[in-house]
Design a protein. Structure first.
Length: 316
C-alpha cells in the first residue's frame, strides 16, 4: 500500500469518524472519537488508543494539528481502529478527576465499546488483546499513566511523544513555543469567572492555551493536586517495572515546553527500578515541542525503525 500523506486539513479524510460519550459527569458528556480506516476489511482489528495534547488544560481528541502525520499510514497499513478519548481539563477539574476519567475510559473500552463499534459497522470487532496506547505531550502523560495503572498484559506497547511525566515548571520570563507568559490577566479572568461545577473536556486550540500560565505563576498544583500517583515520575516507584509493556518515548532535543531532561530522568528512573533497560526506549531528535507532527515515516530513519519495532510487539 502506498503511504497516505496528509496535512492537518486532511488528517482524518481517509477515516470514517464516529463519536460517543464513554462517561457522563452530571449533565456533561465526555466523548470518545473512533476513526475507522475507509475500506477496512470485515473482521477483528487491533486498536490504537491515542490521547491528545494540550497541557492538561486544553486540546481535543481529534484536533488535527496535534496528531502527527505518520499516524495515518501507520493505522491504515495495520488495519487498526483508532480510539481517541477526551477527558476533563484543569483548572475546572483535578488530576484525580482526569485519572478517574482514564480508568472509566478503559472500563468502557473493554465492556461497551465492542457493542458500540458493531452498532456503527456490524462487520468490525476490536481485538482487545492487541492495544497500542499513544499520545503527544499531555496525551503522552495519559498514555504512560495507562501503562502504570492497568493490569499487566492489558497493553502491547506504548508510544509517548514528548510526554509530561512531571509538573511543568515555567517562570513568567519563559517563552515556551514562543509564547510569552508575562501577562497573567487572561488566566486571572478565567479563574475569577469559574463557578463550582464548571467543567471542560474539550477545547480547540488556541482556546484555553493561555492556561499554561498556571504553571508560570505557581497555581497549577492548587487545581491539579500534588499526590504521588498524579505524575508518572513518582507513580512509577510503586509499580513492577518489569511487568510494564514495552515503551517508546520520542522527544525533541530543543523542546521548550516539556524539556527533554524530564524524559531522560523518567527513563533513568525506570531503568533503576528494575528491568527498565529492556522496557523503555528513548529516541531524541532535533526539534522543539511537536517537532514530529509533519514528518513521514519513510523520510526519517529513526521513526521507521521505531514503528517497525512497535509493530513487532503490537500486531505480530
Amino acid at each position: 500500500m502506498a503511504s497516505i500523506r496528509s496535512t492537518p486539513a486532511t488528517r482524518f479524510e481517509s477515516f470514517n469518524l464516529y463519536k460517543t460519550p464513554y462517561k457522563k459527569v452530571g449533565d456533561h458528556d465526555i466523548d470518545a472519537h473512533v476513526a475507522v480506516p475507509k475500506g477496512i476489511k470485515p473482521g477483528t482489528h487491533p486498536l490504537i488508543v491515542n490521547f491528545h495534547g494540550g497541557g492538561l488544560t486544553s486540546g481535543d481528541a481529534i484536533y488535527p494539528e496535534y496528531k502527527a502525520a505518520f499516524w495515518v499510514p501507520f493505522t491504515h497499513r495495520n488495519s487498526a481502529i483508532l480510539v481517541l478519548p477526551n477527558h476533563r481539563l484543569a483548572p475546572e477539574s483535578s488530576g484525580a478527576d482526569m485519572l478517574s476519567d482514564l480508568a472509566d475510559f478503559w472500563t468502557w473500552l473493554h465492556t461497551a465499546f465492542p457493542t458500540y463499534l458493531s452498532s456503527q459497522d456490524p462487520s468490525l470487532k476490536p481485538d482487545l488483546s492487541r492495544i497500542l496506547v499513544a499520545g503527544e505531550s499531555a496525551g503522552g502523560y495519559m498514555a504512560i499513566q495507562s501503562a502504570l495503572t492497568l493490569p499487566p498484559n492489558s497493553l502491547r506497547a506504548v508510544l509517548a511523544q514528548y510526554p509530561m511525566t512531571r509538573r511543568l515548571d515555567f517562570t513568567p520570563e519563559d517563552t515556551p513555543m514562543g509564547m510569552p507568559l508575562t501577562d497573567r490577566s487572561p488566566m486571572d479572568a478565567h479563574l475569577a469567572a469559574m463557578k463550582p461545577g464548571d467543567m471542560a473536556s474539550s477545547a480547540t486550540p488556541p482556546d484555553r492555551q493561555f492556561l499554561v500560565l498556571l504553571s508560570a505563576y505557581g497555581l497549577f498544583d492548587k487545581y491539579f493536586g500534588t499526590g504521588k500517583d498524579l505524575w508518572p515520575i513518582t507513580r512509577v516507584e510503586d509499580v513492577d517495572v518489569g511487568a510494564l509493556p514495552p515503551m517508546w518515548i520520542v522527544h525533541g532535543e530543543q523542546d521548550s515546553a516539556v524539556p527533554l531532561w524530564t524524559s531522560q530522568v523518567f527513563v533513568d528512573k525506570m531503568r533503576e527500578l528494575g528491568k527498565g533497560d529492556e522496557k523503555v526506549t528513548l529516541i531524541t531528535a532535533e526539534g522543539d515541542h511537536g517537532f514530529d507532527l509533519e514528518i513521514e515515516e519513510e523520510d526519517v530513519e529513526w521513526l521507521k525503525l521505531a514503528l517497525g519495532e512497535i509493530e513487532g510487539v503490537w500486531v505480530k
